[in-house]
Design a binder for this molecule. Structure first.
Ligand code: GLU
Length: 448
């Protein structure tokens, strides 16, 4: 607690007391609160109006039963969540995660981060997150459909284009959004594309949404490198994960002249010295929904390391794109020792507090998730704009908008860090910049 301003320390203790056992939520709150000391000194009205205490308490939390039948006819019960965190800048916006590790603490950490991330995009979206402890791994397509339909049968009453707009996250992609959209449409008898984002291209989706988180994260790292008079050209890169974020991070790194040599899934890592064959990865993961180990069956020169640690491989740029807390203090130290000069987080909170400290102390370019991976939700907001205008934009136009948004986020974080006496510290820049906009809107809206 040494780093938290005295005025704020009591607020953090209160969060611990009010939310027992939610360790990921505590971690996400502490990381933001550590940055806010200088902000409350400069803006005493935020203390008077108890803005920090209010931001840490979600506006609404919904927990519900999701019953469904598996292919054998057996009844299954899961737990569904939607945490509507903050609506001061727009309707609640944020993804749905389907993963066995999901519980309230995970959804609250994600929802909390989402508020600041969405604020950073500069677009009119509040923060929320949801999901279920459903494990899509090994489930048939029919089982996934039945689960999504049951999930939406409860969720539909809480969402809407002006209320709350869910999208994907881990375990929820285009297929799941399709099933949920179908069920929403059926229950409400409304063709309301603006209620979900990440939709298919023929029924209200936006070009570039699939690529957006990975492309955006790579644009952000590119800006961090540019600020240090450097670039991706010739850099050896690591991208953990092999889902949607990882795949399009690898694609953009390759387009910008970097060489990505490894990616992973929860079973192991693929190391390909020649540079990853992205078409093969897309075939394995997007088309066949198989494990990444299959890569080495086709490409004999590549190594599959079961249970390996991707961060042991020397690189200059690391982009963690799998899940929370995947880089610990030791991994961070290994990366720095092996010559890593830039880290951009495609996943949400992938680095532990110890790891973050290592990166900041080493003064490498470190882009925290809430800034670096904001391109996904930003493009969701662009999808909402197209839906509202009954319009659809070209790939080039949408990608340019995404790039401009990421360049802006980088500039705002960079300048805010300087203004608050922490030059080069994107953690401070992102937290303060994201917070101030929400706090000002909350003051303007009065005590609600
Ligand atoms: N789940 C993504 C995120 O973490 C995207 C959310 C959205 O598009 O609403 O930001």
């Amino acid at each position: 607690m040494a780093h938290v301003d005295q005025k704020i320390e009591g607020m953090y203790q209160e969060v611990l007391k009010r939310n027992p056992g939610e360790t990921e939520f505590h971690q996400a709150v502490l990381e933001v609160l550590e940055s806010l000391g200088p902000v409350v000194s400069k803006h005493p009205q935020f203390l008077e109006r108890k803005i920090i205490q209010r931001i840490c308490e979600p506006e609404r939390q919904i927990i519900f039963r999701v019953p469904w039948q598996d292919d054998k006819g057996e009844v299954q019960i899961n737990r569904g969540f939607r945490v509507e965190f903050n609506s001061s800048l727009g309707p609640y916006k944020g993804g749905l995660r389907f993963h066995p590790s999901v519980y309230l603490g995970i959804i609250k950490f994600l929802g909390f981060e989402q508020c600041f991330k969405n604020s950073l995009t500069g677009l009119p979206i509040g923060g929320g997150k949801g999901g279920a402890d459903f494990d899509p791994k090994g489930k048939s397509d029919d089982e996934v459909m039945r689960f999504c339909q049951s999930f939406m049968t409860e969720l539909y009453r809480h969402i809407g284009e002006h209320t709350d707009v869910p999208a994907g996250d881990i375990g929820v992609g285009g297929r799941e959004i399709g099933y949920m959209f179908g069920q929403y449409k059926r229950i409400t008898n409304r063709y309301e594309p603006g209620v979900l984002t990440g939709k298919g291209l023929t029924w209200g989706g936006s070009l570039v949404r699939t690529e957006a988180t990975g492309y955006g994260a790579t644009f952000f790292v590119n800006e961090m490198l540019k600020a240090r008079k450097d670039s991706f050209a010739g850099k050896t890169c690591l991208v953990s994960g092999s889902g949607n974020v990882a795949i399009y991070t690898i694609e953009k790194i390759h387009q910008l002249g970097g060489k990505c040599v490894a990616c992973s899934d929860s079973n192991g890592i693929i190391y390909d010295e020649k540079g990853l064959d992205l078409e093969l990865i897309k075939q394995i993961k997007e088309v066949e929904r198989r494990r990444i180990s299959d890569y080495a069956k086709t490409h004999k020169h590549a190594k599959y390391i079961a249970g390996g640690n991707i961060w042991d491989i020397p690189c200059q740029v690391a982009m963690p794109s799998a899940t929370q807390n995947e880089i610990n203090g030791k991994d961070a130290a290994t990366l720095v020792k092996n010559g890593c000069i830039a880290v951009g987080e495609g996943a949400n909170m992938p680095t532990t507090p110890e790891g973050v400290k290592v990166f900041l102390d080493a003064k490498i370019a470190y882009g925290p998730g809430k800034a670096t991976n904001a391109g996904g939700v930003a493009t969701s907001a662009l999808e909402m704009q197209q839906n509202a205008g009954r319009d659809s934009w070209t790939f080039e136009y949408t990608e340019k908008k995404l790039e401009d948004i990421m360049v802006n986020i980088h500039r705002n974080c960079f300048e805010t860090a300087e203004e608050y006496g922490a030059p080069g510290n994107y953690v401070v820049g992102a937290n303060i910049c994201g917070f101030i906009k929400i706090a000002n809107a909350m003051v303007a809206h009065g005590l609600v």
